[in-house]
Design a protein around this ligand. Structure first.
Ligand code: IPM
Ligand code: MG
Length: 370
């Protein structure tokens, strides 16, 4: 019997429950065939939590997330909750998880599977073989900076304020994650900010440079302005290996990088906290895509980003590299067999539902294990 690993599943809203249902089946298969089991608990986050408890993340669910070895999240949000006051909106539930769990490092790999190279809106030769890693700072910057708010102006009209702010400590800890991971890859880091306009960007560049020179001189570091990076990502994406950037630029650039791979429905992510004395890190895994309310409940959503997020969980939280490889190889095999959900459908391929895609991954895992 495997040791008790605890996992909290937060399916959330929209297509979240459907894609998470497929992961649940993959988890059960792993438990039965590879003795990789979890004590799984489930709770609410987002709009569904608001409907049940009047808040987008109840304290009980927050406490479970803090206690779990890992959290797997589907997606949050939808038109039903868009008119709620800001503090009750589904997204606040996700942001609370990130802050309270201290998940400062968000890893968003953008990998183009061979079978999908032609599904990209970019020319195949630009994206074939693409494998980049965006590392987004997740608990600082303009998402959380104070002061913030909307105020009435004396003469009429209002003023909306957010604050972009970074400290040395915040920059250095995300920089370390980037340099360490780059050492396991091709050893190149591009640090992205707007040092030509923003003081927080000047500081970001200086601290990254100092960290590089003192601790990681073996890694190749370059700097790029965020607008140029957006342009370079669609012009010549393979020039990048690891990109490290702040919370807001990381949000934008990772959506951009996601589309290089053919669909937002393919991208997993990991959000990690600092290691404690025992080496354990708090961690949350989620697909980069949103709740896609337009197709929710239609059995059309692509479950692969969530299944790949589960693979990242096996690798980063539980050191189960072989099992993570098995899941990733099964996904690759399913795509090679020509199975496609609607978001990645191509001519002459086989259109499948959410559940059929999940089953196909399990069948491939079984075949690859024999
Ligand atoms: C993401 C999402 C979130 C973000 C939203 C849902 C709050 O876009 O994870 O990229 O902006 O961080
Ligand atoms: Mg985003």
């Amino acid at each position: 019997m495997a040791a008790n690993r605890t996992l909290l599943m937060l399916p959330g809203d929209g297509i979240g429950p459907e894609v998470m249902g497929e992961v649940r089946r993959v988890i059960d298969w792993m438990d039965g065939h590879r003795a990789v089991g979890f004590d799984v608990d489930e709770d609410l986050v987002g709009g569904c939590a608001y409907d049940a408890h009047g808040v987008p993340l109840a304290d009980a669910a927050m406490a479970k997330a803090l206690a779990a070895d890992a959290v797997l999240l589907g997606a949050v949000g939808g038109p039903k909750w868009e008119t709620l006051p800001f503090s009750s909106q589904p997204e606040r539930g996700l942001l609370r998880l990130r802050t309270v769990m201290g998940l400062f490092a968000n890893l968003r790999p953008a990998i183009v599977f061979d079978a999908l190279a032609e599904a990209s809106t970019l020319k195949t030769e630009l994206v074939a073989g693409l494998d980049i890693l965006i590392i987004r700072e997740l608990t600082g910057g303009v998402y959380f900076g104070e002061p913030r708010g909307i105020e009435e102006l004396p003469g009429g009209g209002r003023r909306g304020v957010n604050t972009q702010v970074y400290t040395t400590e915040e920059i250095v800890r995300i920089g370390r994650v980037a340099f360490e991971l780059a050492r396991k890859r091709s050893g190149r880091v591009t640090s992205v900010e707007k040092a030509n306009v923003m003081e927080s960007g000047v500081l970001w560049r200086e601290e990254m440079t100092r960290l590089h020179d003192t601790e990681y001189p073996d890694v190749a570091l370059s700097h790029m302005y965020a607008d140029n990076c957006a342009m370079q990502l669609v012009r010549r994406p393979k020039q990048f290996d690891v990109i490290v950037t702040d919370n807001l630029f990381g949000d934008i650039l990772s959506d951009c990088a996601a589309m290089l791979t053919g669909s937002l429905g393919m991208l997993p992510s990991a959000s990690l906290g600092a290691a404690d004395a025992t080496g354990r890190r708090r961690a949350l895994y989620e697909p980069v895509h949103g709740s896609a309310p337009d197709i929710a409940g239609a059995n059309k959503a692509n479950p692969l980003a969530t299944i790949l997020s589960y693979a990242m969980m096996l690798r980063y939280s539980f050191d189960l590299g072989q099992e993570a490889d098995l899941v990733e190889r099964a996904v690759r095999a399913v795509l090679n067999r020509g199975l496609r959900t609607a978001d990645i459908m191509q001519e002459a391929k086989t259109l499948v539902s959410t559940a059929e895609m999940g089953q196909a991954v399990i069948d491939e895992m079984a075949a690859l294990s024999n």
